[in-house]
Design a protein around this ligand. Structure first.
Ligand code: HEM
Length: 493
């Protein structure tokens, strides 16, 4: 009776308030964290922590407050962040099978649909990854050696730099094209001229998609895909760019299908077409033209962006720290001279140069938050319970700048990778390629590329800033962390 009386006296505003409180209660109950779940900041009702920035600098503050394993909520999805060398190693290496799956990331899922290598899971991922790895290994040795491809491409890049005749220029797309040509030779069996407008368009679309996927709207897409699909914004550009990129790749695949000779496989696509015939009885392995398209996209995209941006960072550091550039050149001059091109066999004799390349990778911090991961089974980490299916972010930046692992984490210091006698020193906390079962598939190729491109460029040129335009040490955060656009002078030596 009393309750009925109370209800009768409620006006419109009170009804609204009551409804709102009820919704909040439902939200709290629905999003109640499991027992002993990693802690984290309180989230706004319904939205969670979508206003909390997830760049690696903001994450550092959250780590200081909540420890190396903490959580954030976006909408109703919970994300666990793992930071610092010890905890990342525990997750990826000591608990090898616990955090190896990819979650569904709506922004990419609408394009990839779980196919390819980088965003697939289970049996299909295992088969596709194994196949791509063995193909890269095959190209790594023998006559068609990857080293030879890289050496030839180094010469093309040096020629292009020379043609700039010591005038200011932005090396962005020349370097991207050069690095991309290595994986293109493996996948397509040919390289692209730096003046090729269709490949330039491909690289520009890819670059834009990677930068825009770090935008606020793209992150909102992951929380409210249904709503964001109908709203304009950079997330739409990401999708239209990928559609155009895929149609470029489709043309390459179709050309291969028309020219295919099973007795003379020229590249990854040719051997993949043969594999499709072998796997006719095993559809779950995914050897079909659609998966081929996404594997090709993964290899070209992953094989271009990170290595090219690392090399650009290395040039940015050489211009900011000319005394280090001079020391690298002195070592190259002493060990190799000017009469021949550097080869991989020179690496053990160039410890300072090798240390500078490693330090460029560490400070360049190209993939600060790794690729998204998901708990493959119920797991315990740092004393907290993480249920199967929880989205995981391994904060690789926190490993590369871990105060317990690096003498001067915030300073560009090649000494991090040198012992007291000046010999190259391996560091366990050097994890730019991540670790565990999902470790970068192209790690060996990337290391070869970085060494050969960097030493050949520094052997032939001195890099100087355009007066008044010192390249910034601050980068741009998208899916990767890349240098700001810069111009430079390449002075032949
Ligand atoms: C400096 C250069 C590079 C860096 C820093 C880098 C870094 C990474 C990182 C951090 C991951 C995520 C690993 C994880 O989820 O734990 C990854 C994955 C991957 N990388 Fe690289 N990468 C580089 C170059 C390359 C190259 C040259 C290729 C070409 C073959 C490549 C192909 C891939 C692929 C296919 C994956 C997905 C692997 C999977 O999901 O199983 N990467 N890379």
């Amino acid at each position: 009776m009393i309750f009925q009386g109370l209800l009768d006296r409620l006006d419109f505003t009170s009804w609204l308030l009551l409804g709102f409180l009820l919704l909040i209660l439902i939200d709290v109950v629905k999003n109640w964290a499991p027992h002993n779940f990693p802690p984290g900041p309180w989230g706004v009702p319904f939205l969670g922590n979508i206003f909390t920035a997830v760049d690696f600098k903001s994450l550092e503050k959250l780590t200081q407050k909540y420890g190396p394993v903490f959580s954030l909520r976006k909408g109703s999805e919970r994300y666990v962040f793992i930071s610092g060398y010890k905890m990342v190693k525990e997750a990826l290496v000591n608990q090898l099978d616990s955090f190896m799956d990819r979650p569904i990331v709506p922004l990419f899922h609408i394009i990839y649909n779980g196919l390819g290598i980088a965003l697939s899971n289970g049996y299909l991922w295992k088969k596709q990854r194994k196949f791509a790895t063995s193909h890269l290994r095959y190209f790594g040795g023998g006559q068609r050696s990857l080293e030879k491809y890289i050496e030839v491409e180094c010469n093309f890049l040096c020629e292009a730099f020379k043609e700039e005749q010591e005038r200011p220029f932005n090396p962005h797309y020349m370097m991207k094209n050069a690095v991309s040509n290595i994986i293109c030779s493996v996948v397509f069996g040919h390289r692209f001229e730096y003046t090729d407008p269709s490949f330039r368009r491909f690289l520009e679309l890819d670059n834009e998609a990677i930068v825009l996927s770090g935008s606020l709207q793209a992150q909102l897409y992951d929380v409210f895909p249904g709503l964001m699909t109908y709203l304009p914004g950079p997330h739409q550009t990401v999708h239209s760019n990928y559609r155009e990129i895929l149609s470029f790749l489709k043309t390459e695949v179709q050309k291969h299908q028309e020219e295919w000779n099973p007795d003379d496989p020229r590249d990854y696509i040719d051997v993949y077409l043969a594999e499709m015939k072998k796997h006719k009885e095993d559809p779950l392995a995914g050897f079909n033209t659609e998966t081929l398209l996404f594997c090709t996209l993964d290899l070209i995209e992953a094989g271009t962006e990170s290595a090219a941006n690392t090399l650009r960072w290395a040039l940015v550091y050489m211009m900011n720290y000319p005394e280090i550039q001079t020391k690298v050149q002195a070592e190259i001059d002493k060990v190799i001279g000017q009469s021949r091109q550097p080869t991989i066999a020179d690496r053990p004799n160039l410890p300072y140069t090798d240390a500078v390349i490693h330090e460029s990778q560490r400070v360049g911090n190209i993939v600060p938050l790794g690729f998204p991961k998901m708990a493959s089974k119920d797991a315990t980490l740092g004393g907290y319970f993480i249920p199967k299916g929880t989205a995981i972010t391994t904060n690789l930046a926190s490993v590369l700048f871990d105060k317990n692992e690096w003498e001067t984490p915030d300073v560009f210091n090649p000494g991090h990778f040198l012992d007291s006698e000046g010999k190259f020193l391996k560091k366990d906390a050097f994890l730019p390629f991540s670790a565990g079962k999902r470790v970068c598939l192209g790690e060996n190729l990337a290391k070869m590329e970085l060494f050969l491109f960097f030493t050949t460029l520094l052997q032939r040129f001195t890099f100087a800033p355009v007066p008044g335009e010192m390249p910034s040490l601050e980068g741009v955060m998208g899916f990767t962390y890349s240098p700001n656009e810069f111009r430079m002078l390449a002075v032949p030596r």
